[in-house]
Design a protein around this ligand. Structure first.
Ligand code: NAD
Length: 485
């Protein structure tokens, strides 16, 4: 078992109370993977003070100097890729291939923002008068709070930390309690790469105390949160009360639309990867499949065959396609959604049960599940399950498909499978989603492109990822300079 401590002012410290919590391997409850301080609001307040103290000198460095540190972090993470991927799988449960991809992605994110450090400036603007200079300059905000979920435990901390730090902010981050270890591993890499003390601080513990302090403490200038809608809405209200900058990225109910002209093998392949990959525990996972009635029957047949063939098990074992749910609570929630949907009239096509044979009895495993005859008023048609459960709804045609896709109050990612270019373009225009895919899986993002949801999935004022990610973490000043006299 690995023991981790809070990082405050460059020191690794226990919670003031001395309390700890432990994380177990979701694929094998017998293994305790890691231990962390159970911090409270007072611990977080100390971390915020440390970040405040570090801000004057860290923000006085150049973005290029900060970018050099990020570049080294990228190399360190890449050199430790297999070890970190294994830790990620043992803590969160996803397969080793998925974890390895996520660690590589995180190294790439640091490399990207290292390069971006050379571009972080303002703009010169033509003035109305001669011999006048009008320009903007970019400045960090101060202390920035980051609150992250457990499902991408290294990529999401990376895609928030890299732009926050390169812009010159000092950070306090609170990772989710189900998988905090990789945030600490990023911190170790940052320290090794030369990050000065206090520029990054880490607190672990309950969101309602250790996390809430980041939302309510007046010294925190901005807070970037990724997690559930319920928690995001609470934090947003707290930040609005003191006019602090807010970025809330939350859940979805992502559709993949399968039109009558689609290559059905491609459609099934995309839906299986987007619905069951990462055990369905991705914010961009497909959870609704909206299928034209003309191809419903053959589509369901192929989908059931492919879902049933997936190998479920410990993500460290070679050949496993799908790992466990992250926790007993998540597994129970998934199974309850399935049971409720059947009670409301949905048909169970395949799956629907926990897997408890042999070694699987020690983990939180369930079958990849497909439900058909789902109708829009059922809970499963509008609420995020966050598990390997696909709800299939049928429609008469394209317009009804778009209407149904847009009928929920969230809009994160969407995909359509079709050979009809006109319909693909009309869909891209009309679909209410931040990420719009055509003949691609609804999961999977390019780190160099903007990312964020619309409607209830996001506060939708700043995008994450891509060069524009630094906008949230910086502000512009407009400078007017007259040299005419
Ligand atoms: P969660 O909302 O339960 O927790 C997220 C974080 O908030 C955790 O660190 C938690 O400790 C903290 N928290 C909880 N209560 C708090 C409070 N009152 N004040 C401050 N912090 C608090 O979410 P989760 O279960 O960790 O993650 C799953 C959710 O995240 C899903 O809804 C998923 O769709 C969403 N998600 C969204 C994206 C995206 O980019 N849009 C990406 C990944 C996950």
């Amino acid at each position: 078992m690995q023991k981790y401590l809070n990082l405050i002012d460059g020191e690794w410290l226990p919670a003031k109370s001395g309390a700890v919590f432990q994380n177990i391997n979701p694929a094998d409850r017998r293994e305790v993977v890691s231990e962390f301080p159970q911090s409270d609001a007072e611990d977080t307040a100390r971390a915020i003070e440390a970040a405040q103290r570090a801000f004057p000198s860290w923000s006085a460095t150049t973005s290029v100097a900060r970018g050099r540190i990020l570049g080294k972090v990228s190399q360190i993470l890449e050199s430790r890729k297999s070890e970190l991927a294994e830790l990620l799988t043992r803590e969160e449960g996803k397969t080793l291939a998925e974890s390895t991809g996520e660690v590589q992605r995180s190294a790439d994110i640091f490399r990207f923002f290292s390069g971006i450090s050379y571009t972080l400036g303002g703009q010169t603007i033509p003035h109305d008068l001669p011999n006048n200079l009008l320009y903007t300059s970019r400045h960090p905000l101060g202390v920035v709070g980051l609150i992250t979920p457990w499902n991408f435990p290294i990529a999401i901390p990376a895609w928030k930390l890299a732009p926050a730090l390169v812009a010159g902010n000092c950070v306090v981050i609170k990772p989710a309690s189900a998988a905090p270890a990789l945030t600490h591993e990023i911190a170790k890499a940052l320290i090794e790469a030369g990050l000065p003390k206090g520029a990054l601080n880490i607190i672990t513990g309950p969101g309602s105390t250790a996390g809430a302090e980041l939302a309510t403490n007046r010294a925190v200038a901005a807070l970037s949160f990724t997690g559930s809608q319920k928690v995001g809405a609470t934090i947003y209200t707290q930040l609005a009360g003191r006019m602090a900058r807010a970025q809330m990225e939350m859940g979805g109910k992502n559709p993949t639309i399968v039109l009558g002209d689609a290559d059905l093998d491609l459609a099934v392949n995309l839906v299986v990867r987007a619905g069951f990959g990462l055990t369905g525990q991705a914010c961009t996972a497909t959870s609704r499949v909206i299928v034209e009635k003309s191809v419903l029957e053959p589509f369901l047949e192929k989908l059931a065959a492919k879902a049933t063939a997936l190998k479920v098990g410990n993500g460290l074992t070679q050949g496993i396609d799908m790992g466990p749910a992250v926790s007993q609570q998540q597994l129970d929630g998934n199974l309850k959604y399935v049971a409720d949907a059947i009670q409301e009239g949905a048909t169970l096509v395949t799956g629907g049960s926990a897997l408890t044979e042999g070694d699987l009895a020690h983990g939180y495993f369930m079958q990849p599940t497909v439900l058909s005859n789902v109708t829009p008023e059922m809970r499963i048609a509008s609420e995020e399950v966050f598990g390997p459960v696909l709800a299939v709804l049928s429609v008469d045609g394209f317009d009804e498909a778009i209407r149904l896709a847009n009928s929920v109050n969230v809009g994160l990612s969407a995909s359509i499978v079709t050979k009809d270019l006109k319909k693909a373009m009309l869909y891209a225009d009309r679909i209410e989603a931040g990420v719009v895919k055509v003949n691609q899986i609804s999961t999977g993002l390019a780190l160099q492109a903007p990312f964020g949801g619309v409607k209830g999935s996001s506060t939708d004022s700043f995008k994450e990822q891509g060069p524009g990610a630094v906008e949230f973490y910086s502000r512009l000043k407009t400078v007017y300079l007259d040299y005419s006299s």
